[in-house]
Design a protein around this ligand. Structure first.
Ligand code: ZN
Ligand code: ZN
Length: 129
């Protein structure tokens, strides 16, 4: 399966080949900054199938927390595209950047619900951690 997408302005484009390792939604406080306040909907994709096909994103890693993730975003329009987590051999791909976000289907789990806001929705019966 191939997922293609890019940022809001089109300066950065990517292609991700392979089967998604996970479809999920993250409720962590950090993701809320980047999602706009809702849970962050993402796919875990195998890293060897992922590549940027146009442009180079800027990377940001916090220095004030332990084991910070690295987030990649378009330097022109600011769209956050992917996250890389130390020790996790996968690309965390934000599904809002897919050319066709409907390819996401539905989440298989909700994570970091300890940071969940009262207005966040978790589908009935979805495993939550
Ligand atoms: Zn852009
Ligand atoms: Zn998160």
């Amino acid at each position: 399966m191939r997922f293609e997408g890019g940022c809001y302005c089109g300066a950065v484009r990517y292609a991700a080949d392979g089967e998604p390792m996970l479809r999920a939604q993250c409720h962590c406080r950090e993701c809320q900054y980047i999602s706009g306040g809702a849970p962050n909907m993402f796919l875990l994709m195998p890293p060897n199938g992922f590549r940027y096909t146009m442009g180079t994103p800027k990377r940001f890693t916090r220095s004030d927390i332990e084991r910070p993730v690295t987030r990649e975003f378009c330097v022109e329009c600011g769209t956050h595209l992917t996250t890389r987590r130390p020790g996790l051999d996968a690309i965390i791909l934000k599904i809002g950047t897919l050319d066709d976000p409907s390819l996401y289907g539905a989440p298989q789990m909700a994570i970091f619900t300890i940071d969940k806001q009262a207005f966040h929705l978790i589908p009935e019966g979805l495993p939550a951690f």
